[in-house]
Design a protein around this ligand. Structure first.
Ligand SMILES: Cc1cc2nc3c(=O)[nH]c(=O)nc-3n(C[C@H](O)[C@H](O)[C@H](O)COP(=O)(O)OP(=O)(O)OC[C@H]3O[C@@H](n4cnc5c(N)ncnc54)[C@H](O)[C@@H]3O)c2cc1C
Length: 325
């Protein structure tokens, strides 16, 4: 086994996906704790050279590149086969990827080909001195379980995007390793590539916003909801919500829902309005810097996770706050 931690470098065009930087940064920190490990980025595609600089800046110490026209567009079967070949040749101990649309498909496919273990949709990866624990919310987010893979190698994990910090690691001396992709000349794909459309940046991007106002069931009344939307506008904030607010019919979709089955936020300021603080919600707000919560129940769990709490009726507090602002 090579003492290497591999990160699959998913790309949007020539730009590595955000989660790749998060995983490289996490892997560099783990490599330091584990001692003697190197961190590698794995690039599959056509014209890979264009991403190398970004991956080096992100902290990759080795770049394994499989460059072939058949890999120009993502196809799960060919990407899986190529990853399998690379792993069999170089035998890394760890292989991580983002739990994105692509990663959620490619990770189990690759794990199946390699007959190894995969911890999917992790929220953290922790070295306990002896083994890697993959932290995965279970039972609807009520508990976070530690999953470890004792025997099979590589240990595979997919990690939810936007949760880990992407710190800029110290520059590394980079080794570039090209892979023989001749086998792809005859490999047949069962998938036909029809096209690729990039979703525009959502107008209300709660994952990147610096200020987020999040509404729960307690903000569903007309008066409280007016306060929430006025405050959001006044602060130029993004508007997020809990699952229960959807249940009230006040909002209709999960596009800005926080939580285990929604999104994770990491703003400088998060203001929760009428949110009780269920475990499935809390899971998505842990990286927020300052948390302010308004709730009429002083024993609400949300206050245990807040820097500032205001006990009272949101319909009365919000207009007063907006006037002050
Ligand atoms: C498998 C599974 C996955 C789930 N995933 C998610 C998820 O991803 N995201 C998510 O959010 N939930 C999720 N849930 C649901 C979750 O368990 C909670 O039910 C939900 O988060 C509660 O939302 P809430 O805090 O808005 O509502 P409630 O729990 O009903 O809380 C409303 C709060 O508002 C306060 N309040 C009421 N009126 C006012 C007022 N006038 N002024 C101020 N405060 C007021 C109340 O005191 C209360 O604390 C999931 C559940 C399961 C089982």
């Amino acid at each position: 086994m090579a003492k290497e931690i591999w990160v699959f470098a998913e790309r949007n065009g020539n730009e590595p996906a955000g989660v790749v930087y998060e995983l490289l940064s996490k892997s560099r920190a783990l490599a330091k704790e584990m001692g003697g490990y190197k961190v590698a980025a794995i690039v599959l595609g056509s014209g890979n050279l264009l991403t190398f600089d970004k991956l080096m800046e992100g902290g990759a110490e080795i770049i394994y590149s499989a460059d072939h026209p058949a890999l120009g567009d993502y196809r799960c079967d060919l990407y899986g086969l190529t990853l399998e070949k690379l792993v069999r040749e170089h035998a890394p101990e760890y292989l991580f990827m983002g739990a994105t649309g692509i990663g959620s498909e490619l990770a189990p496919t690759t794990a199946g080909l390699l007959k190894t273990g995969l911890a999917a949709h992790c929220i953290d990866l922790r070295w306990n001195g002896q083994r890697l624990n993959c932290m995965v919310p279970a039972f609807g987010g009520k508990v976070v379980s530690e999953i470890y893979i004792p025997n099979a190698r590589p240990v595979m994990a997919s990690v939810r995007p936007g949760i880990l910090d992407a710190e800029v690691p110290a520059p590394a001396d980079v080794q570039i390793m090209s892979t023989d992709t001749a086998f792809l000349g005859t490999a047949e794909s069962g998938e036909e590539f029809l096209g690729f459309e990039t979703a525009g940046k959502p107008e209300n991007d709660i994952t990147e916003a610096q200020v987020v106002v999040a509404a729960g069931r307690g903000a569903a009344s007309d008066a409280a909801w007016k306060g929430v939307t006025d405050l959001t506008e006044k602060l130029g904030a993004a508007l997020a919500w809990s699952r229960a607010l959807i249940d009230t019919g006040r909002v209709s979709d999960e596009s800005a829902m926080i939580g285990t089955s929604g999104k994770s936020v990491k703003p400088r300021v998060l203001i929760n309005v009428g949110v009780s603080g269920a475990a499935q919600y809390i899971c998505g707000i842990g990286k927020s810097r300052t948390i302010i919560s308004i709730n009429k129940d002083k024993s609400a769990k949300i206050f245990e996770h807040s820097d500032y709490g205001v006990v009272g009726d949101a319909a009365k507090i919000l207009p007063a706050l907006i006037e002050k602002l």
